[in-house]
Ligand binder design. Structure first.
Ligand code: SAM
Length: 291
């Protein structure tokens, strides 16, 4: 427990997909003047140092945010994300999901951040403060159930667990089902990893990775619930290798707003070739439940 630190992974291809999607969802909520509440169940530190020992050990950001480039044909959202992260890159930093949310929120909106790792809670409190921001040192699954439905009624939940424990996949499903029963109009955005099998010899694969196929089972279970507008978005930066590891990731969104599919498709058309590590790179945007 608590061995996961996002500082090893900040700015990687998973973050690029997740944060572009997060920005698009917040932009949508801002189309109305009425305030909304943003919940981050697994907040992390808020801001990451790309020159830290952790970041330099994996150099994952080099395969993510450092590959992003824009030109005059870039999608407006890719431009917006690029502009935001470039401001932090100048200081060798990367903004995590709470910082991105904070940069977009208005007077009338509210930010509720949950984090369980004691050191990350300290970092989060140091990195983020301000009006309308509350930081909770608690389990994000339990916290989300306790703190919803929000008084503002309109809102977005980002669920971004480390998936270190196999049980987290089931916890995501159970939590979302429970909260959705009492808050059917909330937007829920769930990030998940795509992990490949590890080949042990010429003809067999390792069966030791118990997380294999868990993301797919989660998606299948979510698509069997009484949800509306369930959109699935995946970005694979390489073909699944024989050596195990994360070859891509996805975002599944409950109550996905109008045009999210079109905008994500256009953004991914642009960023997939930039993030591609081999010819197996691909993306998909698909409705699991439409309407
Ligand atoms: N959402 C962040 C972002 O995009 O910048 C990254 C979050 S990171 C993938 C997952 C975080 O969840 C870690 O900081 C970890 O300490 C925290 N965590 C793990 N289990 C948790 C739990 N049950 N409740 C809240 N936070 C938890």
């Amino acid at each position: 427990m608590f061995s996961y630190r996002h500082s090893f992974h900040a700015g990687n291809h998973g973050d690029v997909l997740k944060h572009i999607c997060q920005m698009m969802l917040i932009n949508k909520l801002k189309e109305k003047d009425k305030g909304f509440e943003y919940f981050d169940t697994h907040s992390g530190a808020g801001v990451y140092d790309l020159q830290s020992q952790e970041a330099l050990k994996t150099l994952e950001f080099k395969q993510g945010i450092e590959r992003l480039a824009i030109d005059k044909n870039s999608h407006v959202l890719v431009n917006q994300y690029h502009e935001l992260v470039t401001a932090y890159q100048k200081f060798n930093q990367y903004p995590g999901s709470p910082e991105i949310a904070k940069s977009l929120l208005r007077e009338q909106d509210k930010l509720t951040l949950m984090e369980w790792h004691p050191q990350e809670v300290k970092n989060l409190k140091q990195n983020l403060n301000g009006k309308n921001i509350s930081i909770h040192h608690r389990d994000g699954f339990e916290g989300l159930i306790a703190l919803t439905p929000p008084a503002l009624k309109r809102g977005l939940v980002l669920i971004d667990p480390p998936y270190e424990l196999e049980s987290e996949y089931e916890q995501v499903l159970q939590t979302v089902c429970k909260v959705h029963k009492r808050w059917a109009t909330g937007i829920f955005a769930i990030w998940y990893p795509l992990i490949s099998e590890r080949k042990t010899d010429e003809n067999s694969f390792s069966t030791t990775n118990s997380k294999l196929g868990k993301s797919q089972s989660l998606i299948t279970s979510l698509s069997q619930q009484p949800f509306k507008n369930l959109l699935n978005i995946e970005l694979c930066v390489t073909s699944p290798s024989d050596f195990g590891g994360m070859y891509g990731s996805g975002m599944v969104i409950i109550n996905a707003p109008w045009q999210l599919d079109v905008n994500m498709e256009k953004s991914l058309q642009q960023i997939t070739p930039l993030l591609a590590q081999d010819s197996g790179a691909s993306f998909k945007v698909e409705w699991l439940i439409e309407g």
